[in-house]
Design a protein around this ligand. Structure first.
Ligand SMILES: Cc1cc2nc3c(=O)[nH]c(=O)nc-3n(C[C@H](O)[C@H](O)[C@H](O)COP(=O)(O)O)c2cc1C
Length: 333
């Protein structure tokens, strides 16, 4: 690493915080807004190409925007070149995010092939240079997100965490799987505990939190105060309220049917406003699937929602489902 480490900013995750993880194709402003409404303390954008940002790509620039009403949002950057990262970070910094997060964990081939994401776990010196370059230009805290390593034979999350810490990074999130695992197998929370022992900066836990029980377990095992939730929020932004309720000793009953279907309809409307009807129609399909998971006898509705051609049609199907289930549950069908 070069010269003196840049100055580290305070962690953006003071105290106990639970937030929405960076999720490509998911953590856009409308979905984030829904998660904030239901109690998320912070959220992270989907990963944003540092290259794309500095080339002025319109689509990429859209990814760093936020909606009024959102809570603290971190912008996540991916790339492979420290100078490009720094230039992109300077652009992001001017938009005033809560923090900038650096992606060192993406397992996707397209990203790896260009030496980005988890490929950087194999070049720790490069990781240090990227962290330093971004910390030196950023006016907001800089965090990093890593995996356990490339493979079990190349496990190096402690080395990676120390490198980030020495480069002025404020907090490190560990998703404790190897790149070679993708999302298979269980997240090994003991890795997060080991990283927390090894570092003096904040360590954020990520991986396999699907409800308040998992939350309590991951906190107990890792000792982390901050937890990021990814897939557990799919179709279930209430996971944040559930965790809050448990932390405050309040009983938790979960959303009723009216609230669930209401959230689906609201999200669809926000998505239309955000990205236009055509994209919203296609991208809402995966959302509907998740929102309906766990509801009994909804196969027919799921199928119809997966082929709906407009948000108006999808909304009608959701309303029909609500009425149908209401009748079934009150025994009037
Ligand atoms: C669809 C999907 C997209 C993801 N996109 C990103 C991303 O853009 N940046 C990132 O650092 N991690 C990304 N991840 C990883 C998550 O942030 C998280 O670390 C991982 O899914 C484990 O947490 P979970 O079990 O709560 O989902 C993604 C995961 C999924 C399933």
């Amino acid at each position: 690493m070069t010269g003196n480490p840049p100055e580290r900013k305070d962690s953006p995750f003071a105290g106990t915080a639970t937030g929405l993880a960076p999720l490509a194709g998911w953590s856009d402003p409308p979905f984030r807004l829904l998660c904030f409404e239901y109690g998320a303390d912070f959220a992270v954008t989907e990963m944003v190409s540092a290259d794309g940002l500095i080339r002025g790509g319109e689509k990429t620039a859209r990814l760093i925007e936020r909606l009024p009403g959102e809570g603290p949002v971190g912008v996540q950057l991916f790339g492979s070149d420290p100078a490009v990262f720094a230039e992109a970070a300077a652009i992001v910094t001017r938009t005033g995010p809560a923090f900038i997060d650096l992606n060192f964990g993406c397992p996707v081939k397209k990203v790896i092939k260009r030496n980005g994401g988890a490929a950087i776990m194999r070049d720790i010196d490069m990781m240090g240079r990227i962290c330093e370059a971004v910390v030196s230009v950023s006016t907001v805290p800089v965090t990093a997100k890593i995996r356990s390593g490339w493979s079990p034979d190349e496990e190096n999350f402690v080395e990676a965490g120390r490198t980030a810490e020495n480069a002025g990074i404020t907090a490190v999130t560990l998703h404790p799987r190897y790149r070679t695992q993708g999302f298979a197998g269980e997240a090994d929370w003991t890795h997060i505990a080991r990283l927390r022992e090894a570092l003096s900066i904040d360590v954020v836990a990520s991986g396999d939190v699907w409800g308040a029980d998992d939350y309590l377990k991951i906190v107990e095992i890792t000792g982390c105060g901050t937890v990021m939730i990814g897939r557990g929020a799919f179709g279930n932004p209430w996971i944040f309220s559930e965790i809050k309720a448990v932390l405050e000793g309040r009983p938790w009953t979960g959303p009723g049917l009216a609230e669930k279907t209401g959230a689906m309809i609201r999200l669809a409307r926000m998505e239309v406003e955000w990205k236009g009807e055509r994209r919203a129609v296609v991208e809402m399909r995966k959302q509907y699937r998740w929102f309906l998971s766990g509801l009994p006898d909804v196969k027919d509705y799921r199928m119809r929602l997966s082929t709906a051609e407009s948000i108006a049609e999808a909304t009608e199907i959701v309303c029909e489902l609500r009425e149908d289930m209401d009748k079934r549950w009150t025994g009037t069908a």
